[in-house]
Design a protein around this ligand. Structure first.
Ligand SMILES: [Cu+2]
Length: 132
């Protein structure tokens, strides 16, 4: 490989780049987009649920597909509902110590997130996010 590059008569500066590209190809098995934009794939978002709050790892989003990872660190069962433009979705309700995932595609606008269990929403397990 390296002999081929040298005999190809490429300028010296290009050799380092070619070597880096080869290293990437060797690692990933592909030379196509190694780092897609963050909003182009299922970006994970941490949601920590407890009695009685919902804490998100971020509140401002760009349109795209996100997987909300609900981590129930409380003692009571909790779940996650999301409602907003094009979305009305609820995760499994999981006991304390367990987690659940909810994948949704967000558009521009405001979304409400809350816990669908009992009166948890009224007790503080709700929040809003903004998608711009
Ligand atoms: Cu709850």
């Amino acid at each position: 490989m390296f002999a081929a590059i040298r005999s190809g008569g490429r300028p010296r500066l290009a050799t380092g780049f070619a070597a880096a590209a080869l290293a990437l190809a060797a690692c990933g098995g592909t030379t196509t987009a190694v780092m897609p934009p963050a909003w182009a794939s299922d970006t994970p978002v941490k949601v920590v649920a407890s009695e009685f709050s919902l804490a998100l790892s971020e509140k401002n989003f760009r349109p795209g597909t996100y997987t909300f990872e609900l981590d129930n660190v409380g003692a009571a069962p909790h779940g996650l509902s999301i409602k907003g433009p094009g979305v009305s979705s609820t995760s499994a309700v999981v006991p304390g110590g367990k987690s659940a995932k909810l994948t949704v595609t967000l558009r521009k606008g405001m979304y409400e997130l809350w816990c669908p269990v009992g009166n948890h929403r009224a007790r503080g397990m709700m929040t809003t996010i903004s998608v711009k």
